[in-house]
Design a protein. Structure first.
Length: 276
């Protein structure tokens, strides 16, 4: 994964990490074309929490699978996959997370990697993680994050985003937010960016998940992603990867239709912008 560019990628454009079987019921991402599909349903100990044996099996699949610039990683129950992908990073990087939740809760079961605590683990574990840009949770949830973790997090709350929207200045203020952070030069400066998207940041109009959802529209998410990636380019940051979770339950027909629509829009944007 290290140094992976989203531009001029000649082989597989996206990979699908299928734990629940939901991708059998989605039209997007397509199973054919420049894609790699991995069936992980046979690995136990993966739902919400990832035990050590499951993590070892998943990492084996990572090593043996083609690298792809975009990864679909099932529902929010498996958002900890981002943490496993980041273990391949050897350069200084910024992690941008779009999510309705902080995912910075302490683990309830013996330090196991979890969908609700993977980001806290990343902040504590990865020395090369320069900063997290966390976009979407509400202020009350972020206030519960331990202070030592907050020190490495730049936070844009659900309330701030709502104020942008209410004032009719969503694009302008979001653009200023991404521009405000100066990236330093020098040996310790980040030169990579990794983006993780949990679609539960969207409102119920656009997505259906088993987790609480935000109030962002799909157009707003795409605009935020565009601003983020264009600012990364301006700062000379290589995009190390993008992952996407927040799929519906496999038996939720309407939810799967919504998921497919958003996935289609995300892939369409990444193609049109030349990222894949």
């Amino acid at each position: 994964m290290e140094g992976l560019r989203l531009l001029n990628t000649e082989k597989a454009k996206w990979s699908v990490w299928d734990f629940s079987g939901v991708y059998e019921n989605l039209s997007y991402p397509p199973r054919s074309g420049p894609a790699v599909h991995l069936d992980l349903s046979g690995i136990s100990g993966t739902n919400c929490y990832c035990d050590d044996e499951a993590a070892a099996q998943i990492r084996e699949r990572m090593v043996s699978s083609p690298e792809c610039p975009v990864r679909f990683i099932d529902s929010g129950n498996y958002h900890y996959m981002t943490n496993l992908f980041l273990r391949g990073m050897t350069r200084r990087f910024i992690l941008v997370v779009f999510d309705n939740h902080t995912d910075m809760q302490p683990p309830a079961f013996g330090g196991l990697l979890s969908c609700g605590g993977w980001l806290a683990d990343a902040v504590m574990r990865f020395e090369n993680l320069w900063e997290v840009w966390l976009i979407g949770p509400d202020e009350e949830a972020f206030s519960a994050v331990p202070g030592e973790l907050k020190e490495k997090v730049r936070f844009l709350s659900r309330e701030e985003l709502a104020a942008y929207r209410a004032g009719g200045r969503f694009d302008a203020e979001a653009g200023r937010w991404f521009s405000r952070r100066e990236i330093p030069a020098g040996d310790e400066a980040p030169d990579r960016i990794y983006v993780s998207i949990d679609k539960d940041i969207l409102s119920e109009e656009y997505i259906s998940t088993t987790w609480s959802m935000g109030d962002m529209s799909s157009d707003e998410l795409l605009r935020m992603l565009e601003l983020c990636l264009s600012k990364a380019r301006e700062n000379g940051l290589l995009i190390a990867g993008i992952d996407i979770c927040g799929e519906a339950e496999p038996n939720d027909t309407a939810g799967c239709t919504k998921s497919s629509t958003v996935n289609h829009a995300l892939l369409g944007f990444l193609r049109a912008a030349g990222y894949i």
